[in-house]
Design a binder for this molecule. Structure first.
Ligand code: ADP
Ligand code: IPE
Length: 274
């Protein structure tokens, strides 16, 4: 088993598109109040505790609407899609600009980090990413802010990189202590809590209960192009097997991200190896 030594004082976080945008909209629109509050929680945590950070954010309608319109998640098949690559990317950059600005306004040394410029997928999985560059910026005290994006794919021509894949990839390769994945529900449930009010919160996912959890999650593939909650759980379990613990928390609730960043555990669903 590949257990990576935990040695960097690094926390990776993902800000879900469901929180920083109005995800239900067809038109791209920020959730400005959530974004401002989360930027403040991040700044407060960095002031409270000495640690390094890498931020990934999702897309909401800034990405999914265009990826779907141009079928970018299905590989490269025609010229019309080529136009869509740049358009989707431009919208993601606009969102990234707003996230970075909100963080800088709170005093965080945030800097955009564009995945499509140096990242390559193979069948949707990252096989290349400029980790050495990221590492140097982090060592300098910078908080890189990256995002889901449209990337070259060695097998399909073009593909979608989800923040739910990028965040664990960074956490594993840069030997993070922890990954905090922020979304708009309290954690992993036995079923979609928005459609099934009787769904149970699952406090811990490990290799021991993953088969039962996945069976329950079978009906939970979300409407976005990158796989929703079931995908998050599988990505994070894979990360746990490589030695990095993570937690899925509800960051629409004020204070949760701050508490998780300064070290509180058990706010949502913990994904760990034992
Ligand atoms: P984000 O944009 O934050 O990455 P997603 O929309 O991809 O979030 O996934 C979060 C959504 O997944 C929640 O809003 C919830 O409605 C849905 N969901 C579906 N099944 C489940 C489940 N079993 N447990 C928790 N959430 C689920
Ligand atoms: C998707 O990123 C990126 C594109 C569609 C271009 P994510 O998968 O991380 O986005 P959210 O969090 O589900 O919105």
């Amino acid at each position: 088993m590949d257990i990576t030594p935990k040695q960097n004082n690094l926390t990776v976080i993902k800000l879900g598109g469901s929180v920083i945008t109005k995800k239900e909209n067809e038109e791209p629109q920020l959730n400005e109040s959530n974004l401002k509050r989360l930027a403040k929680e991040i700044a407060d945590a960095l002031a409270e505790k000495d640690f390094k950070m890498f931020i990934v954010h999702g897309a909401g309608p800034f990405g999914h609407v265009f990826a779907k319109k141009y079928n970018l998640h299905l590989g490269l098949h025609d010229d019309k899609q080529v136009e869509g690559i740049g358009i989707t990317h431009r919208w993601m950059q606009l969102l990234n600009y707003s996230v970075v600005k909100a963080l800088q306004d709170e005093g965080v040394k945030a800097m955009p980090f564009q995945p499509s410029a140096g990242g390559i997928l193979c069948d949707g999985r990252l096989v290349q990413f400029p980790l050495n560059v990221v590492e140097k910026f982090i060592d300098m005290g910078i908080v890189p802010v990256s995002h889901g994006d449209v990337l070259l794919d060695n097998r399909t021509g073009i593909g979608i990189l989800s923040g739910d894949h990028l965040a664990p990839y960074i956490a594993h390769n840069l030997r993070a202590n922890r990954l905090v994945l922020g979304t708009d529900v309290d954690g992993v449930y036995s079923n979609d809590p928005k459609r099934h009010p009787d769904a149970r919160l699952i406090p811990v996912v490990t290799p021991n209960n993953i088969d039962d959890v996945v069976e329950e999650l079978a009906g939970s593939i979300a409407v976005d192009v990158t796989g929703g909650m079931a995908r998050k759980v599988l990505e994070l379990l894979d990360l746990a097997r490589k030695g990095v613990e993570s937690e899925i928390i509800n960051i629409t609730k004020p204070g949760n991200l701050y508490k998780a960043l300064v070290g509180e555990k058990g706010i949502g669903t913990i994904i760990k190896n034992d």
